[in-house]
Design a protein around this ligand. Sequence first.
Ligand code: PLP
Length: 406
Amino acid sequence: MSFDVQQIRKDFPLLSRTVHGKPLIYFDNANTAQKPRRVIETVDDFYRRHNANVSRAVHTLGEEATSAYEAVRDKLAQFINAKSRDEVIFTSGTTQAINTVAYSYALPRLQPGDEVLVTTMEHHANIVPWQLVAARTGAKVVPAPITQSGELIVEEFIKRLTPRVKLAGVTHVSNVLGTINPVRELAKACRARGIPLLVDGSQAAPHLPIDVQALGCDFYAITGHKLFGPTGTGVLWARRELLDSMPPFFGGGEMIRTVSFDGTTFADVPHKFEAGTPNIAGFIGLGAAIDYVTELGLDRIGAAEHALRDYTNAALKSVPGLRLFGEAKDKAAVFSFLIDGIHAHDLATLLDHEGIAVRSGHHCAHPLMQFYGVPATARASLAFYNTHAEVDAFIAAIAKVRKLLA
Ligand code: PLP
């Protein structure tokens, strides 16, 4: 089957709208992705026909809601090749997933002088939770360095895996640089030293096939809204033995076996980590998103995105005065850049007037901005539904902005 991008775009209602009278060019996919009709209709159908709480009611609607919701756990387990559906914990996103590991796994274990090793290119979600638990325990968060071209210096990461390190965290794909990190190699080095590795898969899951068993990591975090699903959905995957050893993070309904004032016993995983009413419609919508990308084929998505990446990269490099951040050999279609004499926010605002959505700012990666010595960048992040013609229009709009401001 050929990859007919014009046909695929018809699946995404929002892509046909205009902004400031121009056809929308949506290049902010690393921030959040647009939703296919199938996701929107699934959420709509849930509220119209099936809405009930999960796991609490024996009536028909309750059973329908529970079985649709729990079926998504099976889908996600298959999507990331988890050994068991019980290793798939539903969260509100990557942020909650990483905080769960910080508070349930790291906090009880960290001692003064211990370290959590991360990298300079992490999103704040993979820095700040560790800093919060480090502050309570006397541990510290240590960054592994990267090169100017935005690649992790693997031997420096490995050198820092000393006995003081009790946990390591790395992003699979950088949200700013697009760099794809060699997670298998890092996981192998961590494993050899008995150090658990958490992988932030927020930017990877929408673009690469994920196989947590082959990667060899211990924790993997995904956020649903970047994976063409609803906001407020995400997954923490972890090895069963780690989950069993961790106390619950949130307490409340749904996560207990028995409760009395003499003490409470907890449900088994995954429910031990899922207190309260979840985003039921959102997860059922995420299931539809998984079906959509699976049917499209992650290999075909990858091929389309690689072609877009190479085309955009070459086009941006031809723009005079443009500085590109992130030129790793292995990278996703994410382009952070600055143009001489133009502030990133001005650039993003003027591009918006041309109907082009790019993000500007620090991208929740202050340490990375400090590394490059800039306060902000503009970022264009592409998805499989973007086109070469959109890239041409983007480059033409940059030329227009340069003429106006540079
Ligand atoms: N990690 C990375 C690499 C991200 O790009 C993001 C979102 O921008 C996050 C973590 C946080 O995801 P969420 O806000 O959905 O929890």
